[in-house]
Structures are given as C-alpha cells and as structure tokens.
Design a protein. Structure first.
Length: 566
C-alpha cells in the first residue's frame, strides 16, 4: 500500500506538472504575433541579424559569424539570442513568430526547470535532522513554485516578446540546477558552468550577475568541490575556454558605450553637488569626508537598488515602462505581498541555509540594475526569478500547514481551515483572471504606441506602391526606421551591405541614412518637396496641400504615421 501511495503521489505530481507547463506554454504563445502589438526596435534587430546570418553568415555590418558581439545600433548586443533565433527564422521566415518563439519557449522551460530546481534546492540544503519532514514539503512546494511562475505577470509579460533577458534567465536557472546536480553526481561539474557562460553571451545584466553568483555557489559547496576537484577544474577550464571569444570585447571601449550611457557613475551632477557642499562648509575635513563624491555615488547606488524593492513596483503598478508591465498590476500580484512576508520569515526560521541562499541570489541579481539611472527596471532584474515565487510558495505552504492543523480540532476550527483555503483560492483566481483579461483584451490597444506600432503597416503599404516613386522618405520619430524597413521587406543582406549609406556618430551609435529608394529622416527635407517621392511621416510634418494616401493609426485611434505624396 505504501508503494502504491508513493506511486500515486508521483503520478499526481507528474500530471499536475504537465498541466502547468502546458498552460504556461499557452499563456506565453497565445496571440504572440499580435500581443504585444508590434515588434520593438530591438526585436527587429535581433530578427534581421538572424536572417542575415542565415542567408550570408554575416551580420548587418558584414562581420562573419561574430562570436563576441553584434554591433547592431552601436549598442553591441550579446550574440547568443541572435543565434538562437536563426533556426526559427529558417522555419517560420522573418516574422514576429520567429523572433518571439525563442523567448516564449525559454520562459516555458524555465517554468519546468523551476520544479526540479526546488527539489534539488531543498534536498541539498536541508539539515540532516529535518530530512523526515522533507517528503511532505516536496509533495507540494515544487508544484506551488512552478505554478506561481507559470501565472506570474512579470514572467508572462517578458516571455511574450523577444527579450534576451528571458533566454538568459533560463540559462541562469539551468546553471544553478546543474551545480546542485553536481553535488550528488560529480560528473555534472564538467558542464555545470556552461549555462552561466551562455548567460554572459546573452544579456548585459546577466553578464555581471552570472559570474558573481557563480562565486557564491563555489563558496556554498566548497567542501564538495574539494572532494571532486578534478571534475570541477576540468569544468572550469571548459568555461574559461568558452569565455575566451568574448573577453576582448568585454575589455574594449565599445563594451563601455552602453554602460556609460545608462550608469549612475557618469552622472556629473553628483560631483557638482559634492563640490558645492564642500565649498559651503569651507573645505573642512569633515565636509570632505561626508560630501565626498564617492559617498554620493554610494548613496545613489543604494537609492537605485532599493527602487527595485518598492512595494508599488512589486505589488501595485509594476514597471513604469509599459513594455514590461500592464501598468495596472504589479510585477507580482497584490496577494503575493503577505504571503511573501510569511514565506520569508518561516523559511529563515525553518530552513535558514535555504533562506540565505535565496536572499543572496535575489540581492546579487539586483546589483547590475542598481548601477543604472533608470530604476526600477523589471527586465534588468529578471534574474531574481524564481526566488520570489519560492518564498511565496513557502508562505502558502506554511499557512496551509497551519490550517491543516486547525482542521484536526473542533468544528469551528475546521470552518476556519476551509475559510483560509477559500480565501487563498479566491484571491488568486481573481488576481490571475484580472491580469489575463486586461492583458489579452486591452493591453495591445492601450500601449501599441510604446511598441513602435505603425512601421509594419506603413512599410508594407510603401512596398506595394514602391514602383511609382523614385524615393521613399520615412520618419524616424517612432524608432529605427531603417531596421523596420529591412525586416518587413526581407531585404537581401548582401545587397544592403553594398548600397547602404551609414555612419557612426560621436557617441558611437550607428545610423543608416538610406539604401535603395529608402531615405530615413529626422526632419522634413528643406525646400520644395519632391513630386516623385513618397513620404511616411509624423502627422505634424504633413504640409498643406499634401495628397494623403493613407493614415496609420495606433490601436487606440491616435494618428501614428501619415503616408502622402505631392
């Protein structure tokens, strides 16, 4: 009977896991080509460079199979996400589906992997005298954590667009899982660090977090590593060899362009404020200590760090950028807040080693984002998942365990037990239903302008009438028009390389001014307009007497682009 009972439990868990993963995949792929309503400029860049690699072996700048970076707009994108998109472009063509499926599949696999990660986490870091309590915990906690990630608004939002961060998160979680497996099966040390190196090649924030957390893992499991140092050393050497192609770029001035653009340490106002305050206090020694610019930058870092932990960001409104949040639900659900607190306290009280491990994971994952001026930032701290879900799941488990004890008492306590279960279920059903309805029914209409909506429709129209005009002028007011033109016309990469007119500006960013009959403009050309030209421009640019051929509206009805000639 015990064997049957154990078998039944495993069967139920497997069925539940399968259902959760299928639902997670559905939520991340349903209407994926139209919600979000258009591709962002980073998505079209990833897609077209993948297309160029597929067709020519070169990127848009003519570099053959670059391993260190893709120059792109001069932001030097990590390469792995682009290479991961190549097979999808080969199968589905240069399309929204091809660009977004790698992220959606990565999100789904992260949900699946979370289940096994939680099992390994609690099996490894549980004290010997607690092993008897572990079997009941592992019946529920992995499934709860997996379900919470599957329905997470944070994870769903970022899995449905072609964000490199989502692929990097899968690699980070896989790397942690493989390190855990290496403790019990030492041969995994040979490949345990490979996913961390993959994360370095995928997303800028993960480029810093993965090595930091790798050091934490080494410290956590040093005793085991020393016992199996041969396997560990071979795995470490493999990791270093895989890192070799990207190291020159990481040490180059180009790698600092993006960092210098966004980081708080190039903000001269901190230095100016420090100097002013020291002057006001007559250059005293105390003033030089208290108002030192290094102190100013440290305080600025702490402010930006704690921005990512603000309750309104986590539980109420979410990221202020509509690309990362629907603006009406937090990155987590409101009901998660008290459960997170319960889970945090009870996990540290019951399994402190696991609590410290998760806190180190969470806190280190925020560090790269805290150096940026734009905070909070849901995308840059995506590597904190699924720590939130594990804490929340433990909170639910703790409350349900307490309720179960109540159910063994009098009738009144059994009523309380049922009430607790009902409240939890109702709150989650309402929260998830509200988010999903808002996202699938309203999000695209409300925020299409945030996704550069309009270029696809305008460029396809221009392509259909291209033969009637000598030149097509396209406004760059809503994004990188040249890349949208390349993407939606599936322009031949080799031809583009030979005829493009382009340059890098003083800041190192790349601009294409034209190719073929297309010209990309930031203002209307001076003087009389060309009667043999087609114009795609901001509504405010349309001159009197223009012959309007088509108006491209955003999904909320706002005039996004106007197509006209003279």
């Amino acid at each position: 009977m015990r064997r049957l009972s154990s078998y039944m439990k495993r069967t139920i868990q497997t069925v539940l896991l399968l259902i959760i993963v299928v639902i997670a995949f559905f939520l991340r792929t349903y209407k994926i080509t139209s919600i979000p309503p258009s591709l962002s400029w980073d998505e079209v860049s990833i897609g077209y460079n993948a297309y160029s690699i597929l067709k020519t072996g070169k990127d848009e700048h003519g570099r053959f199979l670059p391993l260190d970076t893709f120059i792109s707009y001069g932001d030097y994108k990590p390469p792995l996400a682009i290479y991961a998109t190549v097979p999808f472009v080969a199968v589905f063509g240069l399309s929204e589906l091809a660009v977004r499926l790698p992220s959606a599949l990565s999100g789904t696999l992260t949900v699946l992997l979370t289940y096994y990660l939680v099992i390994e986490l609690f099996s490894l870091l549980t004290a010997k005298n607690q092993k008897t309590e572990l079997s009941h915990l592992l019946n529920w906690l992995p499934i709860l954590s997996t379900a919470l990630l599957a329905f997470s608004p944070w994870h769903i939002n970022l899995s449905r667009a072609g964000f490199e961060a989502n692929i990097a998160l899968l690699l980070v979680v896989l790397g942690i899982y493989l390190v855990f497996k290496s403790i019990t099966t030492p041969r995994y040390w040979y490949i345990a660090w490979v996913p961390f190196i993959g994360a370095v090649y995928t997303f800028n924030s993960s480029r810093y977090f993965a090595p930091m957390f790798g050091i934490v893992l080494v410290l956590f499991f040093w005793k085991n590593i020393w016992k199996h140092k041969k396997e560990f050393i071979i795995g470490a050497i493999l990791a270093l060899l895989l890192m070799a192609p990207i190291v020159p770029h990481l040490l180059s001035k180009e790698s600092r362009i993006r960092f210098n653009e966004v980081n708080i340490f190039t903000d001269l106002s901190v230095v100016e404020t420090a100097n002013t305050r020291i002057t006001y206090e007559h250059n005293s020694l105390l003033a030089k200590i208290l108002h030192n610019r290094r102190m100013g930058y440290a305080l600025d870092f702490l402010r930006h760090y704690t921005d990512n932990l603000q309750p309104w960001f986590l539980f109420i409104r979410g990221d202020g950028n509509p690309k990362f949040s629907i603006q009406d639900v937090g990155q987590l659900y409101a009901i998660d807040a008290p459960l997170l607190l319960v889970g945090f306290v009870s996990l540290f009280a019951t399994y402190p080693q696991i609590g410290w491990f998760l806190i180190l994971w969470l806190t280190l994952a925020i560090v790269p984002a805290a150096t940026a001026r734009e905070t909070p930032h849901a995308l840059r701290i995506l590597d904190t998942l699924p720590t939130w879900q594990i804490f929340i799941a433990f909170g639910i488990y703790t409350i349900c365990s307490w309720a179960q004890k109540l159910g063994k008492g009098k009738l009144s306590t059994r009523v309380i037990q049922k009430g607790i279960y009902c409240v939890l279920i109702l709150f989650y059903v309402f929260s998830i239903s509200y988010y999903l309805f808002y996202y699938y029914a309203h999000y695209a209409k409300l925020y299409s302008g945030e996704w550069q909506y309009g270029y696809r429709e305008a460029i396809r129209y221009a392509q259909s009438v291209k033969n009637k005009y000598d030149t097509i002028y396209i406004s760059e007011t809503i994004g990188r028009a040249y890349m949208y033109t390349l993407f939606y016309t599936t322009y031949d990469p080799n031809t583009f390389l030979t005829i493009k007119k382009s340059s890098f500006d003083a800041a190192g960013f790349y601009h294409v001014y034209g190719f073929d009959t297309y010209r990309f403009i930031t203002a209307m050309p001076p003087g009389a307009l060309n009667p043999k030209a087609l114009y795609i421009a901001d509504p405010g640019w349309v001159p009197k007497g223009a012959h309007i051929l088509k108006t491209v509206n955003a999904l909320d009805g706002y005039h996004q682009l106007v197509i006209f000639d003279i």
